[in-house]
Design a protein around this ligand. Structure first.
Ligand code: SPD
Length: 425
C-alpha cells in the first residue's frame, strides 16, 4: 500500500431518532459492522449523552471505527480507519448504511500517511532485538487471538511472513516482537520461537524418561517438527513416525521456523503426510512404545483427534507397557474441554491410568496448559523416574523447562483442577 491507512469519513442523514439515541443498539450495530468486514475486535466503548446522542468507538486489530449521533437531527457522523489490506473499510460503511436505516448517506476515502511524505525515525522502545530498526516504520500492528471473552495480542513486524490457505486451514507466520516467529493456524497460536520449548520439552521428556525402553514413537500432528527435535535427543530411540495432515504446515515451518523443523530431516524420522485419524486405524496392534498427540485445538482438521474412536485405536496400537501423551487444552480457560478430554481417556484406559500434568505456556489462552500422560499398562509418570539420569539429561541437553523437579511438580494439581477431574465443570 502506498499509504499507512485508509480512512473513510462518512455522514448519515435521515435516520430514525430513537435508533440513534439507543446506545446498546448502536454498539451492537457497530460491532456487527466490524464482524461483517471480518475485522478482529479488540475493545469497544460507547456512551450515551443526556438528553440525546451516542458516541462510541470500536478498536479493531486493523485500527478503529467510531460514530457520533445527533438523534434530534437524525444525523450520524462515521469515521472508519483501517491499516493493512486484510479488510475493506467500505464493508463497514455499507453495513451501517443498511442497518441504521439511513435516508441518505455520503462518504469519502482519505489515504492516511502517504509513504512518499514519511521518513522513519527510531523511537525509544521500537527497536527489535538484534535489529537496528523495525522493518516497517511507524507501524504498530498486532495479531490478536480471540479466545471467547479474553484475547492474546502479539505486536508484530507488519505483514505476516506467510499467509496461506491450505485445504485444511489458514496458516500464518508472524514475526512478533516479544516471542519471535509465531505459527498461527486458523487464528490460533500454535507455537512461537521464544516459548515453544516449554510445550515441546514437556510433551516429550516425562514419558521418554519414565518408559523403560522407548524405541518406536508415533507423533500425530507435530508438522512443525518441535516434538521430533526433542525426541531425537534420546539416542536409544530407533524410529520416530510423524503423521501430519497438512503438508503446507511442514513447508511453512521448514522455511520460517528452522529451529523447530530441523528434526524432521533426521534419518530416524519417518515423515508421513496423512490424516492421523485414518493412520492409526491402519496401524498394527502393539506397534508403538509411545504415541504423542501433538494436535491443534479441537476445531477444524484436529477435531477427530479428540474422539473416543481415535483414542481406542491409540490404545490398540500401544505396546502393553506403552504410554500416550496428548495435549488436553487449558483447565483454566477451557475447563469443559479439559474435563471432556480427560473423561474420554479415563473411559478408555481407566481413570487410574490417566495422569494430567500442567505446563506454563505464555502464548496459549490463559497461559496454563495441560497434557495427559496415559498408560496402557502398569506404567507411572513419577515412580520410575531416575532423578540422576533426568538431571544428567537436562544438563547435557541444555533443556530450558524440563528438569526432574519440574517433571514431578507438574503432576501436582491445584484443587480446582482435581475437582474438574472428579466432577467435571
Ligand atoms: N491453543 C494451542 C494449542 C496447540 C497445541 N499444539 C501445539 C503444536 C506445537 N507443536
Amino acid at each position: 500500500m502506498s499509504v499507512l491507512g485508509r480512512n473513510i469519513v462518512g455522514e448519515f442523514f435521515g435516520c430514525p431518532s430513537e435508533l440513534l439515541n439507543d446506545v446498546s443498539l448502536i454498539e451492537s450495530k457497530m460491532l456487527g459492522a466490524a464482524r461483517a468486514a471480518h475485522a478482529t475486535v479488540i475493545s469497544a466503548t460507547f456512551h450515551h449523552f443526556s438528553p440525546f446522542g451516542v458516541s462510541g468507538v470500536v478498536v479493531i486489530q486493523e485500527s478503529h471505527l467510531a460514530i457520533h449521533t445527533w438523534p434530534e437531527y437524525g444525523y450520524a457522523a462515521l469515521d472508519v480507519f483501517t491499516c493493512g489490506d486484510t479488510i475493506d473499510p467500505w464493508e463497514i460503511y455499507k453495513f451501517l448504511h443498511a442497518e441504521l436505516q439511513v435516508g441518505s448517506g455520503s462518504a469519502i476515502e482519505l489515504g492516511r500517511g502517504q509513504r512518499q511524505l514519511l521518513s522513519w525515525q527510531p523511537l525509544e522502545g521500537t527497536a527489535r532485538r538484534g535489529q537496528s530498526a523495525p522493518p516497517s516504520p511507524l507501524r504498530n500492528i498486532w495479531f490478536t487471538e480471540l479466545c471467547g471473552e479474553v484475547a492474546l495480542s502479539l505486536r508484530h513486524a507488519g505483514e505476516p511472513l506467510l499467509r496461506v490457505q491450505s485445504p485444511h486451514q489458514k496458516i500464518e507466520i508472524f514475526d512478533t516482537l516479544a516471542y519471535g516467529r509465531a505459527l498461527v493456524l486458523d487464528g490460533m497460536v500454535m507455537t512461537t520461537e521464544q516459548d515453544e520449548y516449554v510445550y515441546h520439552e514437556m510433551v516429550t521428556h516425562p514419558a521418554m524418561l519414565t518408559h523403560a525402553h522407548p524405541q518406536r514413537v508415533l507423533v500425530i500432528g507435530g508438522g512443525d517438527g518441535g516434538v521430533a527435535r526433542e525426541l531425537l535427543r534420546h539416542e536409544a530411540l530407533q524410529e520416530v513416525t510423524v503423521v501430519e495432515i497438512d503438508e503446507a504446515v511442514i513447508a511453512a515451518c521448514r522455511r520460517h521456523l528452522p529451529t523447530l523443523s530441523r528434526g524432521l530431516a533426521h534419518p530416524k524420522v519417518n515423515l508421513i503426510v496423512a490424516d492421523g485419524v485414518k493412520y492409526v486405524q491402519g496401524c498394527a496392534g502393539s506397534s508403538f512404545d509411545l504415541v504423542i498427540v501433538d494436535s491443534t485445538d479441537p476445531v477444524g482438521p484436529a477435531k477427530g483427534l479428540f474422539s473416543p474412536d481415535f483414542y481406542a485405536h491409540v490404545r490398540r496400537i500401544l505396546r502393553p507397557d506403552g504410554v500416550a501423551v496428548s495435549q488436553a487444552e487449558s483447565p483454566r480457560h477451557s475447563a469443559q474441554l479439559f474435563s471432556d478430554i480427560y473423561q474420554c481417556h479415563a473411559a478408555l484406559f481407566g481413570a487410574d491410568h490417566v495422569f494430567p500434568y500442567l505446563i506454563s505456556v505464555p502464548t496459549y489462552p490463559s497461559g496454563l496448559w495441560s497434557l495427559l500422560y496415559t498408560t496402557a499398562g502398569a506404567g507411572h509418570p513419577l515412580t520410575p523416574l531416575d532423578t540422576e539420569r533426568a538431571r544428567r539429561f537436562t544438563d547435557e541437553q541444555h533443556l530450558r523447562y524440563y528438569s526432574d523437579e519440574v517433571h514431578r511438580a507438574s503432576f501436582a494439581l491445584p484443587g480446582y483442577v482435581k475437582s474438574l477431574l472428579r466432577q467435571g465443570v
